[in-house]
Design a protein around this ligand. Sequence first.
Ligand SMILES: Nc1ncnc2c1ncn2[C@@H]1O[C@H](COP(=O)(O)OP(=O)(O)OP(=O)(O)O)[C@@H](O)[C@H]1O
Length: 238
Amino acid sequence: MSGSVVPDPVFPAHRLDVTDLACRRAGRPVFAGLSLSLGPGRPVWLKGPNGVGKSSLLRLLAGLGRPAAGTIALDGVALDDDPEGYAAEVHFIGHAEALKPALSLYDNTAFFARLQGVAEAQVAERVDAALDTLSLGALRDLPARMLSSGQRRRAALARLFLAARPIWLLDEPTVGLDAGARADLARLIARHAGQGGCALIASHDPLDPAMAVVEMASAASLDLGPDGDADLDMWEIA
Ligand SMILES: Nc1ncnc2c1ncn2[C@@H]1O[C@H](COP(=O)(O)OP(=O)(O)OP(=O)(O)O)[C@@H](O)[C@H]1O
């Protein structure tokens, strides 16, 4: 992955505050009493056993679904009070890659770029740069149906560099990635953090030992500190 031609934004400091969040799915409680603050600086690895609610938490933070209780606020503004403003700052990558099988990788990615408001004159350059960042340039003209699962995952990750949003919420981003791509992803996340971005990454794989660790085990109260950089013990949930 090269990354050199992708625009390097520098983000103003943002802070995502979650207070007393509760989540129910299909009428069943998943977690409750979960509080955390995510700030710029140190990316956060969200770990925990299958079914504890990592994906459910990320989905709520992405604005997909409503919490059973509690609040989510960005820079002091509740998500409910400004859902569009909130959505403009957050990039969620879930399990689905959202690729149209018949469209080329380039066309899929260009479609996303246009949705993001990338100016038409810049679409080609920005899309090629984003694909190069994930080492996908040679595959740009292949229909998405011909991509391997790891290549599809890379395609989803390439969109991070078109949306250029400060808050990344990544659900199992390493699934299907080979060891080299995992290391590259860790570097891209660290670069994002270096630009003032925030990142919360749910994964069963430790991506980077430099990341902060939040372990979800039960109803939780997590404090990541003012810069997402504090004592690890504070984030671990008994
Ligand atoms: N679409 C759904 N409808 C109803 N319940 C769901 C749905 N998806 C997940 N759940 C339930 O929500 C709970 C939390 O699931 P979630 O996917 O958030 O866990 P997770 O920590 O991300 O797990 P994993 O490590 O396996 O990905 C589980 O008990 C699961 O059964």
